[in-house]
Design a protein around this ligand. Structure first.
Ligand SMILES: [Zn+2]
Length: 307
């Protein structure tokens, strides 16, 4: 703990010396890692806190490396929220040591929010690790939003009534969104209910909305797809006459291109069904700039391409 505090103080001191634990307006400063967290978080806290999101549109959390500026951001936050279950691969160690004292002597709390969900509800991969892409199942992410609300109540009990009424509104909204996504995907015929994407981000999505899901790469984008894997996928896609596969905004599309070329060589026309936002919401103007619109965008693209 001494070491981690030393690290945080060291980095804070090399940067802007005016950083403090709360903003000029006295608002709580919350740092979260991704847009999947900042979406429900901002719905719950509204304008009551200042939220900073470390990883923006198109940023792959598995490969993200913390910069000295990020460590400084952590050291000036009152509350740090991250996914956990190794989603923030290279940043995980810094985040796990984020608790400590702010520079004005108050305690900074840090929570791995998805690790608060009971493991029996999570997908365990072949290698025995938890699939961290929980936000793909709206019903599961609704429970994560509830965990975020519980954390806020714990760190800021004076405003618990505000957080409690906000989560009730958000939960109602997410029940409707879940139904909307389910209806879109129900339109895909039985034999085409197969979703091939660049990496295994859609396991929870497939489980919730009844699609068979295949990632060309594994759970993390760090592993390379093997030639044998690409060849076996080409055979399956050709045999089942699957019309489309998908690219992801945070993953290079060369593996998807290899599938298209392989199918072409066997006389099967396979196309790119569209860009899916898997591990980060889209940029402003994409129509998928928040977690909610990102999941809806994905459902629309998949439904249209596979119908
Ligand atoms: Zn991922």
């Amino acid at each position: 703990m001494l070491l981690s505090l030393g690290l945080l103080y060291l980095c804070g001191c090399t940067g802007n010396s005016s950083t403090a634990s709360t903003t000029a307006t006295g608002k709580m400063r919350i740092l979260c890692t991704t847009g999947m967290l900042s979406g429900p978080l901002s719905d719950i806290v509204g304008s009551h806190a200042e939220i900073t999101t470390l990883m923006g549109p198109g940023v792959d959390p598995h490969l993200y490396k913390p910069s000295p500026g990020d460590v400084r951001q952590i050291s000036s936050a009152d509350l740090v929220l991250y996914h956990g279950h190794h989603l923030e691969g290279r940043m995980g160690e810094v985040l796990s040591r984020a608790e400590g004292l702010t520079r004005d002597g108050r305690s900074r709390r840090a929570f791995a929010v998805t690790e608060r969900i009971s493991e029996h509800r999570l997908i365990i991969t072949a290698s025995g690790t938890v699939d961290p892409h929980l936000w793909m199942d709206i019903s599961l992410w609704r429970d994560v939003a509830r965990e975020i609300e519980q954390i806020l109540v714990e760190v800021d009990p004076e405003n618990s009534a505000r957080f409690s009424s906000a989560i009730l509104r958000l939960e109602q909204e997410l029940i409707l969104l879940d139904e909307q996504v389910d209806t879109l995907l129900a339109a895909i015929p039985e034999q085409r209910r197969i979703l091939v994407t660049a990496h295994d981000a859609f396991g929870y999505f497939g489980r919730r909305y009844d699609l068979e899901v295949i990632g060309i790469q594994g759970i993390s984008t760090e592993s390379e797809a093997s030639i044998q894997r690409v060849n076996s996928l080409v055979e399956m896609l050709t045999a089942r006459k699957i019309p489309a596969v998908f690219v992801e905004s945070t993953v290079p599309e060369r593996n998807v291109r290899a599938l298209i070329e392989g199918c072409e060589a066997r006389g099967h026309l396979l196309r790119i069904g569209g860009v899916l936002y898997s591990d980060a919401p889209g940029p402003p103007g994409s129509g998928a700039g928040r977690w909610k619109t990102m999941v809806l965008h994905n459902a629309r693209v998949i439904s249209e391409a596979l119908r």
